[in-house]
Design a protein around this ligand. Structure first.
Ligand SMILES: NC(=O)c1ccc[n+]([C@@H]2O[C@H](COP(=O)([O-])OP(=O)(O)OC[C@H]3O[C@@H](n4cnc5c(N)ncnc54)[C@H](OP(=O)(O)O)[C@@H]3O)[C@@H](O)[C@H]2O)c1
Length: 320
């Protein structure tokens, strides 16, 4: 099969396009002929910081396509079905093998490109706001990185929870595009003081919850934006810098920090139910996920660069 692979950490240029042996699915696995690969923020972070294992390492958490073959123990899927699936690696290839409980049927009427972008974005946003964030109607929520894949899902879920939704992005134009998804207040993180704006919006009280998708130095401003006993969701580090907390920061602000790791719970019935609901809501139009651009698989280097540097709106896909 044709695939993208790398053997050392680094920027998009460490990736190669070429031939690799087809994956060999086990008895509990589904083999998918990939149509669309969603480039996840985690694919970029992994390439930068997680030692590739095995090598050559085929990156990629998520793709949609058509079931090509199923192992003898698989009961839910059969060849020919349109599906979207998660795995810890392997989506950047013409064939993607994964365990049955990581696979979702694409509901009738849902475009395969949008399905390709859905489970991780909506699942993570739901965990960050609902399962672990415990957001209540009327609470104030700040989403750092609101115009990315997880961010746009989070804006819509926070809107539906009845929260006051604050989001950050790199430009006023991008914030305007996020507004129809449910954004009440937009903050340009390059030009404005996030903490100051959040204090203004919350009448000096501080906000209740922040979902951090960017990490890096911006985290200090997010902590300042929170009220005492506020909740900080440690979800991502799209800046490439992992945030850390000092003891005095935690006790000084009486901070509640919670972590999200959707992949570790992807096989659970809880997550399966939640992702199936998100797919149904995308199919009926009550959720949306914009597709910024589609690159051929062979142009994964350019595509990853576009995600890292081009400030896309929503998801960037590869087509296999
Ligand atoms: N823990 C989990 O289970 C889990 C699951 C999924 C994703 N994640 C992580 O969550 C992060 C986001 O994922 P994604 O798929 O949504 O990525 P994405 O679509 O690439 O979006 C990245 C976002 O980060 C924003 N950003 C970049 N630099 C920033 C900065 N300095 N300050 C504020 N915002 C900044 C971008 O905004 P602009 O384009 O406007 O600059 C963009 O909205 C990634 O680090 C990913 O690894 C974690």
């Amino acid at each position: 099969m044709k695939a993208i692979f790398y053997s050392e950490n680094g920027g998009p240029e460490v990736m190669r396009y070429g031939d690799l042996p087809d994956p060999e699915p086990g008895p509990g696995d589904v083999l998918i002929r990939t149509r669309f690969v969603s480039i996840e923020g985690g694919d970029l972070l992994n390439r930068l910081i997680s030692p590739p294992d095995p090598v050559p390492f085929v990156p990629g958490y998520q793709a949609a396509g058509i079931v090509d073959a199923v192992g003898s123990d698989v009961v839910r899927f059969k060849p020919g079905q349109a599906v979207v699936a998660f795995n810890w690696h392997g989506s950047h290839a013409e064939l993607f093998a994964t365990r049955e409980d990581y696979v979702y049927a694409i509901p009738e009427g849902l475009d395969m490109q949008i399905a390709a972008a859905a489970p991780i974005a909506f699942g993570t946003a739901h965990d960050a706001l609902v399962a672990y964030g415990g957001v209540q109607p009327g609470e104030t929520v700040l989403i750092q990185g609101a115009g990315g894949g997880v961010g746009l899902a989070a804006v819509q879920i926070a809107r539906d929870l009845g929260a006051v939704v604050i989001g950050t992005a790199s430009s006023a134009e991008k914030l305007e595009r996020i507004r129809p998804f449910g954004l009440d207040h937009g903050i340009n993180y390059r030009e404005e003081d996030i903490a100051k704006r959040c204090l203004e919006i919350s009448g000096g009280r501080g906000i209740d919850v922040t979902v951090d998708l960017a990490g890096g130095k911006g985290k200090d401003l997010l902590v300042k934006a929170l009220r005492p006993h506020g909740r900080y969701g440690a979800v991502g580090a799209s800046t490439g810098e992992i945030p850390s907390f000092s003891f005095f920061e935690l006790i000084g602000e009486r901070l509640n920090v919670y972590g999200v790791s959707l992949g570790q719970e992807m096989h659970t019935q809880r997550v399966r139910d939640m992702v199936e609901t998100a797919l149904a809501r995308l199919a009926d139009g009550s959720y949306r996920m914009p597709i910024d651009r589609v690159f051929p698989l062979s142009e994964a280097i350019e595509a990853h660069r576009h995600v890292a540097e081009g400030h896309p709106f929503g998801r960037v896909l590869l087509s296999a």
